[in-house]
Design a binder for this molecule. Sequence first.
Ligand code: DON
Length: 310
Amino acid sequence: MKEKITSRVLESCLENLRQYALDGKVADYIPALSKQNPEDLAVSIYYLDGDCIHAGKVEKCFTLQSISKVIALALALIDNGEEFVFGKVGMEPSGDPFHSIYRLEQNEPSRPLNPMINAGALAVSNMIKGSTPDERVGRLLSFIHEMTGDQSIEVNQEVALSEFKSAFLNRSLLYYLKQDGVIIGSVEETLDVYTKQCSIDVNVQQLSKIGALFANEGKNLQSGRQIIPKHFARICKTFMVTCGMYDASGSFAIKVGIPAKSGVSGGVVASLNSFGGIAVYGPSLDEKGNSVVGLKLLEVLSNRYDLSIF
Ligand code: DON
């Protein structure tokens, strides 16, 4: 068991990093995200024994965005099994930006390289079972409620609609995937599921609990119920290491060395076996679309407490 970080240390780390809150840029390609305040910062750690510490704006909600890709992958694996999922989406890091389309054109037939880039995540959303988009999103929400024990987690409809109306690149990716039979059914309905999944609102405390569930081999911390089979939880954490920060995954692995996933709202979730979950929120993003403060904070904690898995 690693040494526990105290809330006082967490508070001072966050305060020391406040100077970077305005470095980078808040995402605005999804118009509703541009309203976020780059100075709203928060961090939470959920330990496997149920202790939770936090600092900053703990109550502040933000949308999961790409962090949802890990959760959707877990549900798609439960719904369809490993063979089906990886028959359609690869397991290799891309080294490309998250919205990149050019590898779909290069590969014949198109096959997304992994489930963390948008092309792969859209294919995964298409695999979630349900007869309507609402039923699929409802199942994903129930899955998150089971993971956290918190029924209050909901879709932020304003952000979902804002993304749905402006998601021209994701529509293009979906048409490529549709052409080659990677997705079945309607492009618009799949985009509806994906944009709502990305718009699920959480605060850092709820997110750190999700990170802790992955660290706890898929078991709910309180009830001990196996929400995600251990093997699937392990697959998800492996993708966090190899693809969680897109084309910054290599440097993140060297500097931080903790399985983690970022989202363009500025959230980052990290999951460390025998330790727990760490969630950080800092809306200002670097040029790769990862939270500036989020990555710096994880680096500071990893170095100070020797958290790297490597
Ligand atoms: O599809 C999109 O562009 C967004 N809903 C999610 C992208 C994202 O979070 C990338 N991560 N840093």
